[in-house]
Design a binder for this molecule. Structure first.
Ligand code: PCD
Ligand SMILES: [Cu+]
Length: 797
């Protein structure tokens, strides 16, 4: 039997093990929702609203019903009769499943058809006649908050206006006092535009209700299957044990697959009514127009500064555009996610944040798009404010950061908004980055280039972000506490199966979780099957988003392995005929302290658990662990970009991009690097090109991939990756989350670099995306370029 000595050889911690899931993915053998075909399956299509705000005066479905092959046509009225026209959102709001009274955004679900094939269903949707009485359309917070603005959510009681919520955190008085004493106040207004997660695979579901067993099985694209099961149990009033949610292979999630979409609900109802499996596969344009968006937040930020560069206080106000329903997934205590994790890496004595969310006639936004609950906005705002402050002080941007970083010996550190950061070596990270980019040399090169009319710039972004909600004391979604789980069963030959409450969408959990078990038990990773996403077999978990899997489910994997090891130790004592206290552990093997050659492998212990256990011991070798983390993990990132801006056109090119990530102990360095490269590419896309915008009528512009850029290998800059390792002091293997870091920290590096290149113009801000015409405008007109990019109408052509 194998005896593990070399951890890397068995695919343990730190091994860049090839991703086991890719074996099936690259052979086209993945099993996505759309690959699943059930006997007798019907197909559902959704009719979406062509207008953004209108009263529905009539819906005539009679013609649709006459089309051969049509089995069911659902309207809001029929949903209402079953009390299902509205559903709760993850933020204690309500959301229309099918519109009854009004449509509130372009692309909203108005009706759906279930038919023998998807084409019939689509044709039948087109045969439905809906009469709309147009209402004034609101597409941004200014319009939403204007006097006399039409109230979008007139379905709600006590909703006289378009304010979805107001929220504040921090010390208002202390902050005011600090500002009164400041030598300088640096101010900045920013917009983080609406962006779209754009996973390759859109959303979809197959609901299969079996009347004979009363069991409802739903295959669906969800990042959080257990939450969906709870929601279905509570909303549809079905018994929880009769609901089985299966999230098979997912073609990317990026937060897009966290919310509960009307399509899921309608396919479930249709299957119950028809007693046949009903499949709904969202198409790309439906996904691009109506699915959960990210960002769309406006900031007014102020820093109180001392002459020597010390930040005395932070003041922030955000206005966020949530679209027609407040549907964000976020811990219930926090209305604007973890926006207040901003400035966590800086030693800021006091701060105050006010936030206001508004309803507009846009698809519900605020989905976690690689944002760990709006941390993306928080850190973008922070790093843009930091650069502006350094400029206002006339101080070097690296030096300004150094003067304000939390010191290495100051952990755990209480942030001005009350978080407790766990660890970090911020100066070291920055130094590694500056060294890699050749900071001093670049500044010389830049000055030289300027003499010849070339515009070079360098942008830095440094941030620590909170990954891994809970702890359950502070973090919950709709009252369900945030923790996670793992269940490990070791078979008699020493092979094992591991199940967790997380759900990989491409991150590689099948590979990395096995590495944690290998590290804890010495069982080769190749001997461990990892399974996720089936609520009938996986232990309860809160799912995968906010880069919480490694901090929480990953910790549970380590903990359950340790429980199994504790039992294996008893078996070892029995086999070695010594007492437990006389036994030592090395990777994969127990041995007698006084006679190290005398030992048994973990595999031998496993066999004994089924064939030779001591009297009175329960057979088998398995356990389950529910892990409630004591704190979030706080990875750190330092991103440095250098760019050249063409003064003739405003086009800018990335010369170099250096990323230094500290995510504690890396389970699989290759996967971590992949996560960072993917994240940087999304950051680059948002900084340079990507935005979803709307015309005055609320038409979603950019709802196709001609307009909405997904960078290809051609546009994507090269990345130079470096690492610093500060293990999380409370995580069982010292790991921190990393999945979102580069998307969170990346954008500000690119934007800061372009602004640095054109610093002589006095321009302090260009809002993302930094399209060439916006950069050109800033360069030539010497003014800030703010807000969403203007929409070209036919009149401009
Ligand atoms: N230290 C460390 C950390 C980590 N890791 C790895 O890496 C990964 C990741 O992790 P994390 O950080 O923990 O995270 P998760 O939880 O798992 O995941 C999540 C994330 O993830 C990312 N990434 C990705 N990738 C892919 N491929 N796909 C996808 O979809 C995605 N998504 C995105 C997102 S957006 Mo949200 O949902 O917005 O909230 S959140 C998110 C995994 O595999 C793990 O294991 C390692 O190795 N080490
Ligand atoms: Cu997120």
């Amino acid at each position: 039997m194998t005896q593990a000595k070399d951890e890397i050889k068995i695919g343990g911690l730190g091994a860049s093990r090839k991703r086991v899931e890719d074996n099936r993915f690259i052979r086209g053998k993945g099993r996505y929702v759309d690959d699943i075909v059930l006997p007798g399956m019907l197909h559902m299509e959704i009719l979406r609203s062509p207008v953004a705000h209108a009263r529905i005066t009539s819906i005539d479905t009679s013609k649709a019903w006459t089309i051969p092959g049509v089995r069911l046509v659902l309207t809001g009225e029929m949903m209402a009769a079953r009390n299902l026209a509205w559903m709760p959102t993850l933020s204690y709001d309500t959301q229309a499943v099918l519109a009854t009274d009004k449509v509130r955004f372009q692309g909203q679900e108005v009706a759906c058809v279930i038919a023998d094939d998807p084409y019939i269903a689509k044709d039948a949707c087109e045969a439905i006649v809906v009469e709309y009485e147009p209402l004034p359309v609101i597409v941004n917070p200014t319009q939403a908050l204007a006097d006399g603005a039409p109230v979008i959510r007139d379905d709600k009681e006590n909703q006289p206006d378009n304010v979805a919520f107001t929220w504040e955190v921090g010390d208002r008085q202390g902050t005011d006092d600090a500002f009164a004493k400041a030598d300088l106040v640096s101010k900045l207004d920013l917009h983080y535009p609406r962006s779209h997660p754009s996973p390759l695979e859109c959303c979809g579901s197959i609901a299969d209700f079996d009347r004979s067993t009363s069991k409802l099985t739903v295959y669906m694209t969800t990042q959080a299957p257990h939450i969906i099961r709870a929601a279905v149990a509570l909303v549809a009033e079905l018994p929880e044990h009769m609901i089985r949610i299966i999230s098979p292979d997912l073609g990317g999630g990026f937060g897009n697959k966290v919310p509960v979409y009307p399509g899921y609900v309608m396919s479930i109802l249709a299957s119950i009514l028809l007693e046949r499996p009903v499949k709904w596969i969202e198409d790309k344009s439906g996904n691009l127009i109506s699915t959960g968006f990210g960002r769309d937040v406006y900031l007014h930020g102020e820093l109180a500064l001392r002459k020597d560069g010390k930040i005395l206080a932070v003041r922030m106000h955000t206005d966020s555009d949530h679209g027609a329903f407040f549907a964000d997934a976020q811990p219930s205590k926090f209305k604007i996610g973890l926006m207040h994790s901003t400035f966590a890496c800086y030693d800021v004595p006091t701060a105050h944040l006010t936030a206001r969310g508004v309803y507009t006639n846009k698809a519900p936004g605020g989905v976690a798009y690689r944002c760990s609950f709006r941390v993306t906005e928080a850190m973008y705002f922070q790093e843009r404010m930091v650069q502006a402050a350094a400029d206002d002080l006339g101080m070097d941007q690296a030096e300004f950061r150094r003067r304000n970083f939390v010191r290495d010996d100051d952990f755990p550190h209480r942030t001005p908004f009350g978080f407790l950061t766990d660890s970090g070596q911020y100066n070291k990270c920055l130094d590694v980055g500056l060294e890699a980019i050749g900071y001093a040399d670049f500044l010389t090169e830049k000055a030289e280039a300027k003499k010849r009319g070339r515009l070079l710039g360098i942008g830095i972004s440094t941030m620590t972000e909170p990954l891994g909600a809970g702890n359950s004391r502070e973090y919950d979604i709709l009252g369900i506490k945030m923790f996670d789980s793992a269940e490990l069963r070791v078979h008699m030959t020493g092979k094992a199966i591991l199940r967790t409450g997380a759900k990989s969408q491409g991150q590689g959990h099948e590979t990395t979780w096995a590495q944690i078990v290998a590290h804890e038990l010495g069982i080769p990773a190749d001997d461990i099957t990892v399974e996720e996403g089936d609520t009938d077999t996986a232990p309860f978990g809160m799912g995968t988003y906010a880069s919480r899997s490694t901090p929480v489910a990953g910790a549970a994997v380590a903990m359950v392995s340790r429980k199994v090891r504790a039992k294996a130790r008893k078996l070892a004592a029995h086999l070695l005929e010594v007492s437990e206290e006389d036994i030592e552990w090395e990777l994969g093997r127990f041995y007698v302290r006084s006679a190290p050659a005398h030992g048994v492998t973990i595999q031998e212990c496993a066999m004994a658990a089924y064939s030779n256990m001591p009297d009175g011991m329960e057979p088998g070798l398995e356990n389950v662990s529910y892990y409630d983390p004591p704190n979030l993990t706080w990875p750190f990132g330092c991103y440095i970009a250098t760019v050249e801006v063409d003064p003739q056109t405003g086009v800018w090119d990335v010369l170099r991009m250096v990323a230094v990530d500290d995510c504690g102990v890396r389970i699989n360095p290759m996967i971590v690097e992949g996560q960072i490269m993917g994240g940087l590419t999304e950051a680059y896309a948002m900084a340079s090109n990507q935005f979803i915008t709307f015309d005055a009528q609320g038409n979603c512009v950019g709802s196709n991939y001609m307009d909405y850029m997904l960078p290809t290998a051609w546009e994507t800059p090269g990345y130079e990756l470096h690492e610093v390792v500060t293990p999380s002091p409370h995580h069982p293997i010292g790991a921190k989350g990393v999945g979102e870091c580069a998307t969170v920290g990346g954008p500000a590096a690119f934007v800061n670099a372009v602004l640095d290149a054109i610093r002589d113009t006095g321009v302090r801000n260009i809002d993302m995306p930094l399209l060439p015409d916006r950069v050109y405008e800033a360069l030539t007109k010497r003014h800030d370029v703010s807000g969403a990019p203007p929409v070209r109408t036919d009149d401009d052509a």
